[in-house]
Design a protein around this ligand. Structure first.
Ligand SMILES: N[C@@H](CCC(=O)N[C@@H](CS)C(=O)NCC(=O)O)C(=O)O
Length: 213
């Protein structure tokens, strides 16, 4: 992590949810100095007035960037937080231009839109007691995740030779559904999960909301 005093203070408000994990992993992998404010969702802290003042949607994660005084700059979307981190990294987590950028965006949005979004709607249906619909969406998300095996035919990471935001999006889903994936059918994804999960920045990001400060 960098500790230059000119760096703005960055606070990540979040909880042990995948949206929060992706934000934390991106900040870690970008090498940014930040502190964590754990939101007690079990006790409804995210719906209380102090938290609603920073995010009226009552959701985590939230990134607050500020110096010692003044109104902080607030981001309330995990994907925007990931790009904020990438933009400030010494080695960006999305190439700044060219085909590498387009390839990373293609695969980032593959995970966000085609895998993670249906999976979230599956959770929504399960919480409403709509079991069959929930199961169908989860299966669809897992099948689409498994089709990402093709991205690893000749590269170690999802979008090529470098670790990117696409890997961050993929790993949180992979770990969430690891019991549901027949890993012997997707050996490249299995090796990729081991490679990505072993990264210190990924481990620290996944651990971020166990610690505070
Ligand atoms: N689009 C937002 C979604 C954030 C979101 O859905 N957060 C969930 C936890 S993963 C949450 O705070 N849920 C509580 C609620 O909606 O009441 C993002 O990606 O940051």
């Amino acid at each position: 992590m960098t500790t230059a005093s000119k760096d703005p203070q960055i606070v990540l408000h979040g909880a042990r949810t995948n949206n929060s994990f992706r934000a934390a992993i991106a900040l870690e992998e970008a090498g940014l100095q930040y502190s964590v404010r754990r939101v007690d969702m079990r006790n409804g802290e995210h719906k209380g007035a102090p938290f609603l003042a920073i995010n009226p949607a009552g959701q985590v994660p939230v990134l607050a960037v500020g110096r010692d005084t003044g109104v902080p700059f607030i981001l309330t979307q995990s994907n925007a937080i990931m790009f904020y981190a990438s933009d400030r990294a010494e080695v960006p987590l999305v190439a700044v231009d060219g085909p590498g950028r387009a390839r990373t965006l293609e695969r980032l949005f593959y995970f966000l839109g085609d895998v993670i979004a249906p999976s979230h709607y599956g959770v929504f249906l399960r919480n409403r007691g709509e079991g069959p619909g929930a199961a169908a969406l989860t299966q669809q998300a897992v099948r689409t995740f498994m089709a990402a095996e093709r991205f690893l035919l000749d590269s170690p990471y999802i979008a090529g030779d470098e670790f990117t935001l696409a890997d961050i999006a993929g790993i949180t889903f992979a770990l969430e559904v690891s019991q549901l994936v027949p890993w012997d059918q997707v050996p490249r994804l299995q090796t990729w999960v081991e490679r990505v999960a072993a990264r210190p920045g990924v481990q620290r990001g996944l651990d971020a909301f166990r610690r505070e400060g």
